[in-house]
Design a binder for this molecule. Structure first.
Ligand code: HEC
Ligand code: HEC
Length: 141
């Protein structure tokens, strides 16, 4: 009897493993940024984002929002230099007609940048008149 039970259990476990496939998931409609074009198609590039050459940041939407960057933002930020600070550091900002980095970004009254704020683009993103809305946004406040 015991032997029979073991055999039965063994057979059961075999069927369990021998893989009844889980029901196929419903197909997800994934659309790539390239749209409907096939991978081997050559399609015209998207319009380049337009950055105002000099402009004003779009009004902030909520308190504590890092203001958007109203100009191109490919200035080098690396271990050797932070070229954003060529214009936004406390000592250079007024000459460059730029807003000095916020008080929250510095550790003393001379404007020494806090290390946590070194990589500006972690929080500040450039604003651009993008031709193509990539993601729907229904943010409201
Ligand atoms: C050649 C000088 C220059 C450089 C380099 C520069 N900026 Fe600016 N930035 C300006 C000027 C001028 C303005 C417009 C005046 C203003 O609002 O500060 C501005 C505006 C901004 C603003 C909007 C400020 C506000 O309160 O509305 C942000 C944010 C900003 N810059 C971030 C950056 C970041 C991040 C970098 C590096 C990727 C950078 N900037 C590099 C000159 C510069
Ligand atoms: C950790 C996120 C973060 C990083 C990193 C950061 N910022 Fe900011 N920044 C903010 C926030 C949030 C504000 C708005 C609140 C405030 O004034 O503190 C702001 C405000 C500013 C302002 C507007 C100041 C004003 O008086 O209106 C400027 C200019 C600016 N940042 C430039 C920079 C530059 C340049 C860097 C890199 C050296 C940088 N930020 C790094 C979050 C960040």
């Amino acid at each position: 009897m015991k032997k029979l039970m073991t055999m039965a259990l063994f057979a059961l476990s075999l069927t369990a493993c021998s893989g009844q496939q889980p029901p196929a998931a419903a197909p997800v409609n994934v659309k790539s940024l390239a749209g409907d074009s096939r991978i081997e198609d050559i399609r015209p590039a998207d319009a380049m984002p337009q950055y105002p050459s000099r402009g004003k940041a779009i009004v902030r939407d909520f308190q504590e929002q890092p203001p958007l960057i109203p100009h191109k933002a490919d200035y080098a930020i690396n271990a050797d230099k932070n070229t954003c600070m060529n214009c936004h550091s406390w000592d250079k900002a007024s000459r460059m007609k730029a807003t000095p980095v916020a008080k929250s970004h510095v550790i003393d009254d001379k404007g020494t940048l806090n290390g946590a704020n070194y990589f500006c683009s972690l929080c500040h993103v450039p604003q651009a008149d993008n031709k193509q809305a990539i993601v729907e946004n229904e943010f409201s406040h």
